[in-house]
Design a protein around this ligand. Structure first.
Ligand SMILES: C[S@@+](CC[C@H](N)C(=O)[O-])C[C@H]1O[C@@H](n2cnc3c(N)ncnc32)[C@H](O)[C@@H]1O
Length: 250
């Protein structure tokens, strides 16, 4: 039986309005399962009417550290038992560091705050290091990356969507042949996956102990090599040679 806690929650809300895209709910149903009823450190940026607060709190084990941040001082009054609401600007990196000190490091951060690209980027840069190994950093409503009023616009290099594409590059920086323009990034060691849904990007932190290793397995004999990631400052091993079959570089 698939878990439908988040999808079902829509019919269990009270006078505190919950404000999210409907299609996020089945995504959360699957994504959050490892933390269901588990002791969890969680932070959501953006409270609004407080409709998501009980949803998150009741999903995790009692005693979990469930925290929220909003720029609107009125949100402090929405605090529920076993939750903590911080008031301030998500662009205030000193505040984010203080919250992380008190309530982190985090299993999960959800950014549902101001949705300006510079806020999404700044908060990611401040909080990524506060995500535990195996944890998630989720940014909701990234369609604002296509809106100039939110610091976006199609392929605007300042948008969070374009920043996320750079993070994809960094995740693959093992394979760079160009040390100057595209050096190995610490993100290659840290980002396990980046998942793009409509309007939502999910970064999973997964510390890697080794460089990516290719295997050739034949008759039960496994050989390992790192050819693919040892092209740094060399010509690609897949560069076509005259008279040979072409393995096209991408
Ligand atoms: C979309 S609502 C949050 C909805 C809520 N998470 C929910 O699921 O129902 C966005 C909230 O972000 C807050 N916000 C806007 N700019 C912010 C900023 N710079 N820092 C922190 N919060 C901000 C707004 O006050 C608003 O309450």
């Amino acid at each position: 039986m698939p878990d439908t806690y988040f999808s079902d929650y829509l019919l269990k809300t009270d006078e505190r309005a919950l404000h999210k895209f409907e299609h996020y709910m089945p995504i959360y149903d699957n994504l959050m399962l490892p933390w269901k009823n588990q002791p969890t450190t969680f932070l959501e940026i953006g409270v609004f009417k407080g409709g998501s607060m009980r949803m998150w709190r009741d999903y995790f084990a009692p005693g979990s550290k469930v925290s929220f941040l909003d720029i609107d001082p009125a949100c402090k009054a929405l605090e529920l038992p076993d939750t903590q609401v911080f008031i301030g600007d998500q662009a205030d990196t000193a505040l984010l560091a203080q919250i992380a000190l008190e309530r982190g490091p985090f299993d999960i951060v959800v950014d549902d705050g101001g949705h300006q690209s510079h806020q999404q980027t700044g908060s990611f840069q401040a909080l990524w290091r506060q995500i535990k190994n195996g944890g998630l950093y989720i940014v909701e409503d990234v369609h604002t990356s296509y809106w100039p009023g939110f610091g976006g616009g199609y392929r605007n290099p300042q948008s969070f969507m374009e920043y996320s594409k750079h993070l994809l590059d960094e995740m693959h920086s093992w394979y760079s042949e160009d040390q100057k323009q595209f050096p190995l990034s610490s993100k290659a060691w840290e980002i396990g996956s980046v998942t793009f849904h409509d309007s939502m990007i999910i970064f999973k932190k997964q510390a890697k102990a080794e460089w990516p290793t290719a295997i050739v397995s034949e008759n039960g004999r496994v050989q390992r090599n790192r050819h693919y990631s040892q092209v740094r400052d060399k010509r690609s091993i897949f560069q076509s040679q005259p008279g040979t079959a072409s393995h096209t570089k991408t």
